[in-house]
Design a binder for this molecule. Structure first.
Ligand SMILES: [Cu+2]
Length: 69
């Protein structure tokens, strides 16, 4: 498991949080998703690459930016 961290500025409400959580779960059922809505921060613990996690979040309609990248 690697912790991937993204800033997602267009995640604006609880519905966005649910959508992103579902997208991550669909991509990686063993992954864990931790979201801080106020900070627009998404942390995903997954064996998959950050690129694949970012792609899933993008496909769900959001714009993830790698934290620290
Ligand atoms: Cu929303």
């Amino acid at each position: 498991m690697t912790m991937h961290e993204f800033t997602v500025q267009d995640m604006t409400c609880g519905h966005c949080v649910a959508t992103i959580t579902e997208a991550v779960k669909a991509l990686d059922p063993d992954g864990r998703c931790e979201i801080d809505l106020a900070a627009r921060r998404v942390k995903v613990a997954s064996a998959l690459s950050a690129d694949r996690v970012a792609a899933a979040i993008s496909k769900a309609g959001f714009t993830p930016v790698r934290a620290g990248a």
